[in-house]
Write a protein that binds this ligand. Sequence first.
Ligand code: 1HN
Length: 331
Amino acid sequence: MSPSALAPLWEVLNNLVLPEPSSPAKVHRWHYAEARDYLMRAGDLISAREAERRVLILKNPGLGGEAAITRSLYAGLQLVLPGEVAPCHRHSQSALRFVLEGTGAFTAVDGEKAIMRPYDLVLTPGGQWHDHGNTSEQPVIWLDGLDIPTVTHFDASFAERLGEDAHPQTRPAGDTLARYGRNMRPLPGSMADTRPAGQALFHYPYAEWRGALSKLAETKAPDPHDGYALEFFNPATGGPIMPTISAQAQMLPAGLVTRPRRASAGAVIVVVEGSGELRIGDETMAVEPRDIIAVPAWKPLVIDAWSDLTLFAFSDRAAQQALNIYREHLA
Ligand code: 1HN
């Protein structure tokens, strides 16, 4: 029957409908220093404009040739050298940027700049024009996280270039933070005319999220699974930062060994401060700042904090919750 494009379900049913998640993706850690060396060499060879985006893809070793860090998410390390621009474009894919090194580059979203500092989170949601530039004297490196494999899965990708390096400025830098970043939501007449109403904040500065975590740690004992954890959210909706990607910041106080937790969401962890050990399934790894770790779906995760350990993480939980397929299990 195969020439007729038919196949018996009973031979494959058990592989199609698994009793629990089993990802081909592997647990993997990228050392920042090693990746940075290659990225700086790329900086000698190709300009940001020529490359459109000068990025090294973090390819999960379990996912063959795919540009994916987990099954549904893409990650890459992007370098913008002093004076460079990454020209303006837009696409269906949603992206986040998590700054790892350098102060004073910007990302502009629909013509509004966010000035980027280390460990800031900046969003460029699907469909919004975005360009980057580095007006500082130092190289700037950030981690890109995108829902590329998710959009590819639906064959739903659209992309276009503006044809200019930078989008004309539409609002002063910080405009959106002033409107949405103070735990208030503008009433209709005070919304920016040029931003989609449902996609509000796109800059979550390190100073603010880290300060909130410190305050939280003064007030109560750490949660046995999560330590202290805060989710970045969209203040216009109360929901995740973007429809396909969730993100959170976490602080595990020195000495905490978390209880195991697993989730159907595949995740990417970035170490921000401190040191410790991650146990993910059968793998154990000592981690240090700016390490990047792929955590495939349903692998139990235990975090052993040797010193106060600050982590940033993003995952496809938002997409799974929207589709009603998300599950987690706390042991
Ligand atoms: C993209 O737009 C950026 O805007 C970075 O910085 C990486 C990878 C694939 C597709 C679009 C950016 C990307 C990307």
